[in-house]
Design a protein around this ligand. Sequence first.
Ligand code: ADP
Length: 525
Amino acid sequence: MSNIPPLQTLHDVFGYSTFRGEQQAIVEHVTAGGDALVLMPTGGGKSLCYQLPALLREGVGIVVSPLIALMQDQVDALKQLGVRAAFLNSSQDADEAREITAQLMRGHLQIVYVAPERLLMSSFLSLLDEIEEGAGIALFAIDEAHCVSQWGHDFRPEYRKLTVLHERFPHVPRIALTATADAPTRAEIVERLKLEEARQFVSSFDRPNIKYRVTQKANARQQLEAFLDSEHANDAGIIYCLSRKKVEETAEWLKSRGWDALPYHAGLDASVRNQNQRRFLREEGVIMVATVAFGMGIDKPNVRFVAHLDLPKSMEGYYQETGRAGRDDLPANAWMTYGLGDVVSMRKMLDSGDAPEERKAVERQKLDALLGFCESTSCRHQTLLRYFGETHPGNCEQCDNCLSPVDTWDATQASRMALSCVYRTGQRFGVVHLIDVLLGKNTPKIQQFNHHSLSTFGIGKGLTQSQWSSVYRQLVAGGYLESDIEAYGGLKLAESAKPVLKGEAEVWLRQDVEVVAIRKVSKAE
Ligand code: ADP
């Protein structure tokens, strides 16, 4: 280990005068040879956590990353700082790869980014053996560590095999990093990557400068334009849509209304995409209308708003996407329109996909958590952070719910029925079945589990199916119920459910969701 203090290298190489958040503790821990699991929101400064120890320790730092498109940028940036860095992935031809391998063997390189497929090739592992005997390996960094989780949207089967690093090179420290990990995913990373001994560094995910707002969808385009007109007349921002078609139509429409809007989705020509991205990054006040294909690795500090015309797929998605706003810590808006039609189309999309049934169940449960957030009546910061296992005092005085409290109804009685139904069915069933029990339906599953003999069977006929869905979603969002990933999204009681069941606490839920549902139905009639 080098004797140069981390702060000096931070200054001399990276040109920064101070560490951010937990960077210093992480750098010191890994430089001293410890394993680490780092959870830090996007933009928090994860790269330094492994780049600095790689420079401070003997040998080369090996960084495993699934984002081939971003390796080049990272390596270019490091080279500009005078760091001897390179990457190895499938975008290179054989000659280039050979040259980099030769440099590695000579002990010339300080940091090398590798795609997981490449790292796991037996020839590459043998090469690492030789390097370890010679110049040495400073560390292994496993970036985007949530890719190891099969329940996440970025699952990479090769990530599961990365335990080979620990088995083959037990003395080389490992640092796993991610920006997306709720508590179950975190546990899975630890288990799958054998990081039981690693110190965990969990940063706060709070983004106090972002104002969250969810509006009921009426005429989405008009609502969007009113929002832009009144709050972002000249600002850069991102508008997310679900489909490529809607991206193009929305960008066209905004352009026709005089806005500087560009489309971005994976179906566009690479040259068009690059050009649009460049304009968004370099010019002022450009609006990018995009699918979720846009954003990963985009580091533009002054994005003033992120708008969702369609629902994101999960809370993680929502957090990531809205997190692209306000990186400069100045006030920024996260604005979303949300209507029952979106819920229906998202559900259909999930159901019609060809994922295995258990995965679909988890995806449905993730969507439900997001709907619960949309429908929640409490502080958005609080609800969002609770999902990531963090507590927040609430009353941010910035989000829609804090600024203008929504209409609520006394749902204590309904909540007791809903919670009691979870309890009596053994805390392992999903919402659909629970509602069937409450409504007293005669389904094969109810027969199979003898649930028609429960005291909660048929006691919920006073509410409709969609009202019960909303009650359950809000109970999840409010932290009264937790979904059990192991049981494919079955619901179980959380601690705060007890006082409600005992009649010691009231529950007030949001009113307007059902208003939308009723209006839709009557229109259709
Ligand atoms: P992440 O990988 O967590 O999304 P990055 O490592 O890309 O974040 O860092 C985000 C931005 O913050 C980059 O522009 C980086 O240069 C900057 N940054 C990181 N650490 C510091 C620091 N200690 N001081 C100033 N800027 C920093």
